[in-house]
Design a protein around this ligand. Structure first.
Ligand code: ATP
Length: 293
């Protein structure tokens, strides 16, 4: 093992495989319909209108959007071995290596308007955390609004996009990127501390089973969100909030505000208490929250 400047333990092209020795990272577990179906929750499976397993694609979020426009299909799930133009928020990039992670997007149609979907990005974080925990990946933490952390390093992210009429029926795309066993070549281009699942857990975590767990948990969320809303997810989100009670800085355009992170409100806005005792809520927009140095 060698350490990168970003603090990640780098693998020397071998990854541990539970029970049967070692598995070469250049012979990874590829995604398969049978592998995913074997662990997919039956209720979730029954809700899926179309499941696409892709090799290399620009972005799974873009794929489900195009597929929906071209085929008039909704409730679409797409997984890709690799994205060439994976996206983060506000034009930032999500990088991935072939079969080195999970690139998952689900397009879901809702009857109610987009305002009702407030907090869904955070709720999706809870669903992803549940899936990872179920798969034997403990200790996942959440960072407002859409990041997943393991050992204080970024292991995944969520990108939520809303299509259609903000006041009427609309579709939501939930995109999830998770590092499973990221290549050094890709890792070298990530400009913040990051990690991957196989560096953090002692046993092997199956990519196919993890995809099934993620799809099952996310569909449960999407299928019930119109009746539950964010409030059902708030306490669980807050329990795993990596910034709670810590000094943080929020970057809002050119301005930055520092204060103690006080958790989130019932709509998912983050609350910061500044030194003069003011509590400020931040929601949506191009905001970036960081632990203060
Ligand atoms: P914020 O905290 O505001 O969400 P962010 O920098 O985490 O800010 P995102 O849009 O959530 O921004 O995610 C994109 C960022 O994630 C990239 O700019 C890069 O820093 C980082 N990143 C890109 N690919 C990966 C990856 N595979 N693993 C971990 N981090 C990545």
């Amino acid at each position: 093992m060698v350490s990168s400047p970003l603090g990640k333990s780098r693998k020397l092209n071998i990854t541990k495989k539970h029970g049967d020795g070692y598995k070469l990272a250049n012979n990874p577990e590829l995604l398969s319909v049978s592998g995913i179906n074997a662990s997919l929750d039956a209720k979730a499976a029954a809700c899926i209108g179309h499941l696409a397993l892709l090799g290399t694609i620009d972005s799974t979020n873009s794929f489900v959007k195009r597929f929906s426009e071209e085929h008039g299909q909704t409730q679409i799930v797409a997984l890709a071995e690799r994205q060439t133009a994976g996206r983060g928020r506000h034009g930032r990039k999500w990088l991935s290596s072939f079969a080195g992670g999970i690139n998952l997007s689900i397009l879901w149609e809702f009857e109610m308007g987009a305002s009702f979907l407030e907090g869904m990005s955070l709720a999706a974080g809870v669903a992803v955390r549940r899936a990872l925990t179920q798969m034997g990946v403990p200790g996942v933490q959440l960072k407002w609004p859409n990041d997943l952390f393991l050992s204080e390093k970024k292991v995944g992210g969520i990108l939520l996009e809303v299509l259609g009429d903000p006041s009427g029926p609309c579709s939501v795309i939930v995109g999830v990127g998770i590092n499973h066993c990221i290549s050094d070549a890709v890792g070298d281009n990530i400009d913040q501390p990051f990690t991957d699942i196989l560096s953090e857990v002692p046993g092997y975590v199956s990519r196919n089973a993890l995809c099934a767990a993620l799809i099952s948990q996310l569909i449960e969320l999407l299928d019930s969100y119109e009746s539950t809303g964010f409030i059902d997810y708030r306490d669980e989100w807050q329990k795993y909030d990596i910034t709670l009670g810590k000094k943080c800085t929020i970057q809002t355009g050119k301005k930055s505000i520092t204060g103690m992170a006080m958790g989130i409100d019932s709509n998912g806005a983050i609350i910061l208490r500044t030194e003069d005792g003011q509590e400020i809520r931040f929601a949506g927009g191009n905001l970036s929250l960081r632990l203060a140095q």
